[in-house]
Design a protein around this ligand. Structure first.
Ligand SMILES: [Zn+2]
Length: 217
């Protein structure tokens, strides 16, 4: 079983990816994490990724697909959950080709539905620490305001976590995802999930959609 999770930033799909991958014994692939891991391998591809990201540029589809293929080729019989990939229609086509090459296909696409206001509320209050911990000024407060519980460093807000920055990112997301929704709806693969519910409810909705099968390609 190969699944795609579509959803905007902070829709909770990363959390669900862990739950669902665990339940169905899938390899969860988050493209962001994968590129970060790959960047640390100091070869030609790793250096290219590092250089693009240092310039604030997106990693192009060529490199992304190369990195993805390295990963997919190692998954053998294991099903895969793609978390936040593809983002564009071109990536969707490239993913189709890649999966076909390994005797796979997309079996289901879960679309996380959440309104922009909820996301702005969630991210707008997000503060992070250099050590990687994240907090929220309303939902996950540190014990001492502005200070990381784990390491004691000062917390800060990411530049693009401002309301303006979030709105810009969501605009790009909506423009691109509409095309993906059309594509997968046309293939009868799309299922919508209300991502504003509790983590448990979202998980159980996804499990209902995916049904009992867990290991087939
Ligand atoms: Zn910290």
């Amino acid at each position: 079983m190969n699944i795609i999770f579509l959803g905007p930033i902070s829709s909770g799909k990363g959390t669900q990816a862990k739950v669902i991958a665990d339940k169905y014994h899938l390899e969860a692939i988050s493209m962001g994490d994968l590129l970060r891991e790959r960047r640390n391998i100091q070869d030609e591809i790793g250096f290219k990724i590092a250089s693009l990201q240092k310039q604030g540029l997106l990693v192009d589809d060529d490199i992304t697909l190369q990195v993805l293929e390295e990963k997919v080729s190692k998954c053998k019989e294991k099903g895969i959950l793609f978390d936040g990939f593809p983002r564009t229609i071109n990536q969707a086509k490239l993913l189709d080709e890649l999966l076909k090459k390994y005797g796979r296909k997309v079996n289901k696409v879960i679309n996380f539905e959440i309104d922009d206001k909820a996301i702005i509320d969630r991210i707008g209050g997000r503060v992070i620490c250099k050590c990687g911990e994240t907090y929220h000024t309303s939902y996950k407060k540190p014990a001492k305001e502005g200070i990381c519980d784990k390491c004691g460093q000062a917390l800060y807000q990411r530049d693009d976590d401002t309301e303006e920055g979030i709105k810009k990112r969501l605009e790009v997301y909506h423009t691109q995802v509409v095309q993906l929704i059309d594509l997968y709806e046309g293939r009868n693969l799309l299922a919508n999930v209300n991502a504003l519910q509790s983590i448990e409810k979202v998980s159980s909705d996804i499990i209902k959609i995916l049904g009992g099968s867990s290991s087939d390609n």
